[in-house]
Design a protein around this ligand. Structure first.
Ligand code: 2P0
Length: 333
């Protein structure tokens, strides 16, 4: 009853922002992402009748009570599905540089879903895995798949039509995603809390909902046509709209800091110089930039000149979940 799986982080091109059902993690809108090659989580789950409670080891340290509670709640869903009530030891390693500005909850819950279900003898397809991963963290449902991924919001109240599926593989279109680190401080408002407050109080949220589905469809068309300019333009505008909703919330908030503006300005400047680059921002001040692989060094050099920029990580499209043997895991770590 032991299995190991690896899942990579993803970055949203069209954002998931707002839930219509908090306990099932059902989104208000469809979203679109790229799974990244560089950053991933590797998780081993071992169920045993000898255990009386779950144990969670994260990056070789016993995790906090709070983290363990999240994992136990999630494993309870997996136990319910399998009809097996055993407790588990979960051993997770995040290969995400400290505070690189990439959330590890997406790769974390995707890897946990794959490893836990496999350990219990369930051989599930990508769609089923995605529906389960979604219930750990919304964006995790997209990390089941590699390359360009869509998560259709679905309509059903039980969430059975809300899952991610591949749009185009990681080998189909090589683009660069630069993660620009401005600060490693934990954010004041979690994305979960931020999206909830925005849905409940922001008068701008209706504007978000009125336009995001069209952004989703246009971005998907741009991916299929490998139209970089179109994809970048829609992605950047979609991020601006998401962040605009937070300014209308009560109380209002923003995830940006002054460095965020510095980077946005430099991206605009690069475009005036003929270098195609576009930014997106998640629930934090760090910025991610899309550019052509042949220009990634130029973009990186330009951004490193900004005093508020601490580091830049260059990523490309990466794979979906993989199951590893014990020896594979030992070999790598
Ligand atoms: C996204 N974010 O699409 C959006 C953009 C943040 C901004 O998904 O509450 O950690 O666990 O479902 O998935 C981050 O939210 O939230 C996120 P929960 P999650 O990537």
């Amino acid at each position: 009853m032991r299995a190991t799986a690896r899942a990579h982080t993803n970055i949203a091109l069209i954002k998931y922002w707002g839930k219509r059902d908090e306990s099932l993690f059902l989104p208000m809108n469809s979203s679109l992402s790229i799974t990244l090659d560089k950053f991933f989580t590797t998780t081993t789950v071992e169920f045993c009748s000898c255990l009386t409670e779950d144990v969670f080891v994260l990056n070789n340290q016993l995790a906090s009570e709070q983290e363990l509670t999240k994992i136990t709640r999630f494993l309870d869903r997996v136990r319910e599905i399998s009809g097996k009530g055993y407790r588990a030891i979960v051993n997770s390693t995040n290969n995400v540089p400290t505070a690189a500005g990439f959330a590890s909850s997406a790769s974390g819950f995707a890897a946990l879903t794959a490893a836990a279900t496999k350990a219990l003898g369930l051989n599930l397809d990508g769609t089923t895995l995605s529906k389960i991963a979604r219930q750990g963290s919304g964006s995790a449902c997209r990390s089941i798949h590699g390359g360009f991924v869509e998560w259709r919001k679905g309509e059903k109240i039980d969430g059975s039509d809300s899952f991610a599926k591949p749009v185009m593989s990681d080998k189909s279109w090589n683009i660069s995603i630069l993660s620009v680190l401005l600060t490693s401080k934990p954010k004041g408002i979690s994305s979960r809390e931020g999206m909830k407050r925005t849905v409940e109080t922001s008068p701008f949220y209706s504007g978000w909902l009125a336009s995001v589905e069209q952004d989703f469809l246009s971005a998907k068309e741009a991916i299929r046509a490998r139209d970089f300019e179109k994809l970048g333009t829609i992605m950047e505008a979609n991020a601006m709209k998401m962040h605009a909703t937070t300014l209308g919330a009560n109380p209002p908030f923003s995830y940006w800091n002054s460095g965020t503006f510095d980077v946005m300005q430099e991206v605009h400047n690069l475009r005036t110089l003929g270098i195609q680059s576009y930014f997106t921002i998640d629930a934090g001040p760090n910025v991610k930039i899309l550019c052509h692989p042949k220009e990634e060094q130029i973009v990186q050099e330009a951004l490193l000149k900004i005093p508020t920029v601490k580091a830049i990580h260059i990523c490309h499209p990466g794979p979906g979940i993989k199951y590893l043997s014990d020896s594979d895991r030992l070999k790598k770590y």
